[in-house]
Design a binder for this molecule. Structure first.
Ligand SMILES: C[S@@+](CC[C@H](N)C(=O)[O-])C[C@H]1O[C@@H](n2cnc3c(N)ncnc32)[C@H](O)[C@@H]1O
Length: 225
């Protein structure tokens, strides 16, 4: 153990090592009071041929200038670039940013939505349980406000998520990441059902539609204002 890092740095280190061909094992997602989920860093380098149907639906819904938030190793950004769309990818982790630049994502920014200029995109992508990044219900309201700020008039927010395993509308878990002995600081992760998100976003003036049939509690929405 080498001491606690920023929450996403263990995953960033795993992406860096995978890119170098020197992976040192899985990324572990430790849900406090729950299970440990193990993820292979190679998953973040998936090609369009490996995408699930819901990912194809999400990418098909993107148009105009795209902002990919929490872009990881850039798999979606690269697929959209290949389709001729202009993509700006944001990630809070510097290793992820370096990997995306090395892989050819043309516009990569270290940071989050708060750093993005007003009215800079027509589509905002937040994928791979993207809504989880909101952290909690208050965070969802902040995220929706920032999403509205960065989208141009007529723009769309394409976001996926997964509901909690119990009967609740919405859950929050505290979790941390670990990779090769490096441990990230804990962070909160939001697990809302699609209905809950639609209801919360409607209160802020968004209209939502399902882009895919929910499966295993997993959903994909497009939201417009
Ligand atoms: C679950 S991964 C998803 C990666 C990618 N979207 C994919 O589908 O492969 C979440 C990514 O979001 C980044 N991240 C976490 N919080 C963020 C934030 N507030 N703003 C921007 N990026 C963030 C992490 O560093 C990580 O690369």
């Amino acid at each position: 153990m080498t001491g606690q890092l920023a929450p996403w740095e263990p995953q960033g280190r795993a992406l860096r090592d995978e890119w170098r061909g020197a992976s040192a094992g899985p990324i572990e997602v430790h849900v406090h009071g729950g299970d440990v989920e193990r993820l292979d860093a190679a998953h973040f380098f998936r090609e369009p041929a490996d995408f699930d149907d819901w990912e194809h639906s999400a990418l098909q819904a993107a148009r105009g200038d795209v902002l990919d938030l929490g872009a990881g190793a850039g798999c979606h950004a690269l697929a959209l670039q290949a389709r001729g769309l202009r993509v700006r990818a944001y990630d809070v982790d510097s290793h992820a940013v370096s990997v995306m630049r090395a892989r050819g994502v043309q516009d990569v920014q270290l940071g989050s939505l708060a750093e993005a200029p007003d009215a800079c995109c027509d589509s905002l992508l937040l994928l791979m349980h993207g809504i989880g990044l909101a952290g909690d219900v208050e965070g969802l309201a902040w995220l929706a406000e920032d999403a509205a700020r960065v989208l141009r008039p007529g723009g769309r927010w394409i976001v996926d998520g997964r509901g909690p395993p119990d009967e609740a509308d919405c859950g929050v878990s505290r979790q941390h990441l670990e990779y090769d002995g490096s441990v990230g600081a804990p962070y909160d992760w939001l697990w809302p059902h699609a209905d809950f998100v639609q209801h919360e976003l409607a209160r802020a003036g968004w209209r939502c539609a399902a882009l895919d049939t929910p499966r295993d509690g997993r959903w994909l929405l497009v939201a417009e204002r």
